[in-house]
Design a protein around this ligand. Sequence first.
Ligand code: DC
Length: 224
Amino acid sequence: MIIAIDGPAGSGKSTVAKLVAQKLGFAYLDTGAMYRAVAWRALERDVALDDEAELTSIASSEPISFGYLPGEPLPSKVFINSQDVSKEIRLPQTDKAVSPVSAVLGVREALVAQQQRIGVLQDTVMEGRDIGTAVFPNAELKIYLTASPEVRAARRLEQNLRRFGKDAPNMNREEILAEIIRRDTYDSEREHSPLVAADDALTLDTSAMGINEVVDWIAAHATA
Ligand code: DC
C-alpha cells in the first residue's frame, strides 16, 4: 500500500509522514530530499540552474540513497553517490536552488523512476508534491496537507532550530515566510507535475491541528 502525502513547504508533511509510517509499520520516503540532493550537487559543481542537460545527467547518473542515524526507526540521512549531504540539502542556498532544479523534466523523470522502484518494494508512506498525481496516481490513500503561510513559516523556523541548533542558518521569520511563498508559487506554476491536490486526495488544513491529531486522522483512513 502507498500512502501519498503531498502539500506545500512547511505543511507538516515530513513530521506527519514519519509518524504515520512508524504507527503503521510502513517504510518512509522523503522525495523532496532527492530533489534537494540533486540541487546541492549542482551548486557544488557550479552547474547553472537552467542547464537542463547537466541537471538531468546528475539526476540520472548519481543514485540517491537513505541511511539511519543510530537508534532511529526511520531513515533521515541522505546520500548522493554515497556522499552524505544530509545537512547541506537543508541550507538556505539549497532551498533557493531546489525549485528550478525540480522543474526540469529530465530531473523529474529520473527521480520519479527511482521513487516508483522504491515504492513497489514495501508498504510506504511517500511525501512530496506530485506523489498522488504523478508518482503513484493509483495510491490507495492520498492526502493533501496544507496550512496558512504564517503557520508554515513558524514550523520551518522551529525545524531549522531543531536541525541546526545555534548554527541555524535562517532565523528570520519574515525571510522564511517570503521564501516559502516564493517556493510554493514556483512549485505550483511550473509546467511539469506542479504542486496540486489530486482529484481524489483528502485535503486537510493543519493550521489549527496538533501533530497527533493529524497522524491519527490519516492512520484511521489508512486502516478503514
Ligand atoms: O519537501 P521539500 O521542501 O524538501 O521539497 C523541496 C523541493 O523539491 C520543493 O520545493 C519542490 C520539489 N519537490 C518536487 O518537485 N516534487 C516532489 N515530489 C518533492 C519535492
